[in-house]
Design a protein around this ligand. Sequence first.
Ligand code: ES4
Ligand code: ZN
Length: 326
Amino acid sequence: SRMDQFLAQLPKVELHLHIEGTLEPEMMFALAERNGIALPYRSPEALREAYQFDNLQSFLDLYYQGAAVLRTRDDFYDLAMAYFKRCDQEQILHYEIMFDPQTHLNRGVRMNTMMEGLVGAQQDAQRHYGASSNLILSLLRHLPEEDGIAALEQAKPWQHLINAIGLDSSERGNPPSKFKRAFELADSYGWHRVAHAGEEGPADYIWEALRDLQVRRIDHGVRCQEDAQLVEYLIHHQVPLTVCPLSNVRLGVYNDLRQHNLKQLLELGLCVTLNSDDPAYFGGYLTTNMLAVQNALKLSETQWIQLTTNAINASFAPVERKMALK
Ligand code: ES4
Ligand code: ZN
């Protein structure tokens, strides 16, 4: 349709993307073979069939298992480059990608290995596609804060190639306040701060991320509507929310896209952005998310342009790059 055409050609920015969540079953099998690792599935198709999640934790279990095929610098390079190529095909001109170093450090993969692969791919994508990107080092909130601080210390030599700290993994029972000192250390590196909050966890975790971690963006944040004062605050301060519609449906945050509050939040005047989260696991990349949202919620062209403008404003791109994107 004309609207699908409009969405396909619209210049895009992606701010909530786990690079380990772009590991397609085919690449998982190829890397497993390259590294001599056995997978407990017969084929990529059989693996894909196992992607039926009840909640965040049931997804995370498979996601961490899948990430175990990533061992070498080339693995991280190939993973990132496949996503960057995809971005070029979808008019995604700027992206800020998260990675979970603890997932890899705890398996004996060195920080240098990850960083050389990821940064190498970022540089090549800049050269080949003219795209700009930022790296967000994300801590696993189910692990102790000390473990996260150890990861940050390993990242210190790379501090100028990392743009922000993030916080992800199992939200319930792991409040943002647990990571106050880790986020202070990241601040001393000159990094921006973001955190997953209000995905499965309560609205109070959004307040905590703002107050205790001083975050500049909230990843997900869709449960903010359970607290009217919080909604008012988010509007007044234009705190960006990186909303991930297909992720929310696949993980049971909403039963159906038609129940998703993305359009409502946008119309209330929040700085909403649209993102794909873990596209290899949740059924599609950014354009697929947009088409599914359009099908379910029917946004106007003006609203779609607003979502993109919000993403440009909410990004950590240098001001000259933001102007070029507009
Ligand atoms: C994640 Cl959807 C989601 N939520 C929390 N942590 C994550 N890590 C990767 N995807
Ligand atoms: Zn996420």
